[in-house]
Design a protein. Structure first.
Length: 343
């Protein structure tokens, strides 16, 4: 079989493969278990191994790359248009192989094991933060049902709980009192685990030069820097900074027909977690940057005079993403005098 591209549809236990030759004809269809994909690929001549960028694809891609194959990962949304007729695993594998053959297809770079590890730490931290938020909201609801209204903010709630549990005016049953104490202990345990991950991220920044350069950019802290390097590495997958901003979904959604352009809200594509970090960072850095006597500050003041503040925040987030890409690619730290330079 003259297989040029092997499309692999990954599953938890079973995988489907479809091999195409240099004319695009399907010469192989086969279903196999996940653990037999590597031995099967080792018996093939060097070819293109195409997969969707999903769970397990980067690990398998590194193994196949070590065997001498060329690995091409693609976003699932770019593969879907090539699925013919009814959807099944064999059709998916064939669509993956066909999509990988297109000259205009956008591919995802293989992540190293260190990148995946760092990304996993961020995902665990995000889960813990959401669990803490849920716990605090539930505590507030329990107290509100008993007539105790607490001011906004976790510190206010923690201080109020200390006063209630220490005094005798906390008119609540013994079982509910024990439950609230248990929930507060769970809250403190979540705080401890989140702070441990934060300390790990800080240590990673101190140990890596790329992340040390990134945190010199206003609005980019330890979380932004580590999450960005975990997602894009050195940024070589993007030809320019604007491509990174578009990948993060920080650019307007375009609906153009008949030569009449129409721009809507931001696309919100790509990495939702990373986009959230950039927007929060931009919102925090906006006041000080808008007062600064720099090109970036001048640009922000002009934008604030004619646009809503939230629009300015998103625009600044896109600009910070472009600056971060330039810092990664050019191995330079942020210079305020050139903060508004396009990347």
């Amino acid at each position: 079989m003259n297989i040029v591209i092997l499309g692999i549809d990954l599953g938890k236990n079973l995988c489907s493969v479809a091999g195409v030759d240099d004319t695009g004809a399907v010469v192989l269809r086969r279903g196999m278990r996940h653990q037999t994909v590597v031995p099967f690929a080792s018996g093939l001549p060097r070819c293109v191994m195409a997969m969707e960028a999903c769970c397990g694809a980067h690990h398998l891609g590194r193994i196949l790359q070590a065997q001498g194959h060329e690995v091409r990962l693609m976003s699932p949304e770019y593969v879907w248009p090539y699925v013919k007729a009814q959807k099944n695993d064999d059709r998916d594998a064939e669509a993956i192989a066909e999509a990988a053959s297109r000259p205009t297809m956008r591919f995802v770079e293989l992540k190293s094991q260190d990148q995946l590890d760092l990304q996993s730490l961020h995902r665990v931290r995000s889960r813990l933060v959401n669990a803490r938020k849920t716990l605090i909201n539930q505590l507030r609801a329990i107290l509100l049902e008993r007539g105790h209204v607490i001011a906004k903010g976790p510190r206010q709630l923690d201080r109020a709980l200390d006063e209630m549990l220490a005094g005798d005016k906390f008119d609540i049953g013994g079982r509910m009192r024990a439950l609230i104490i248990e929930m507060r202990d769970e809250w403190r345990d979540l705080d401890r685990r989140i702070e441990a991950l934060n300390a790990e991220f800080k240590e990673h920044v101190r140990a890596h030069e790329a992340t040390r350069r990134l945190i010199t950019i206003p609005g980019i802290g330890v979380l932004n820097a580590t999450a960005l390097t975990a997602a894009i590495g050195d940024g070589s997958a993007f030809g320019r900074g604007r491509d990174l901003a578009a990948w993060l979904g920080l650019v307007p959604r375009q609906v153009t027909t008949g030569g009449r352009p129409k721009l809507l809200g931001i696309t919100k594509r790509g990495n939702k977690y990373l986009r959230m970090l950039f927007i929060h960072g931009a919102r925090a850095a906006l006041p000080s940057l808008a007062r600064s006597a720099t090109p970036l500050g001048q640009w922000l003041r002009g934008l604030l005079s004619r646009a809503h503040r939230n629009v300015v925040v998103v625009a600044l987030a896109a600009r910070l993403a472009r600056i971060a890409w330039a810092s990664l690619r050019q191995n330079t730290a942020f210079e305020p005098a050139h903060g508004a330079a396009t990347a």
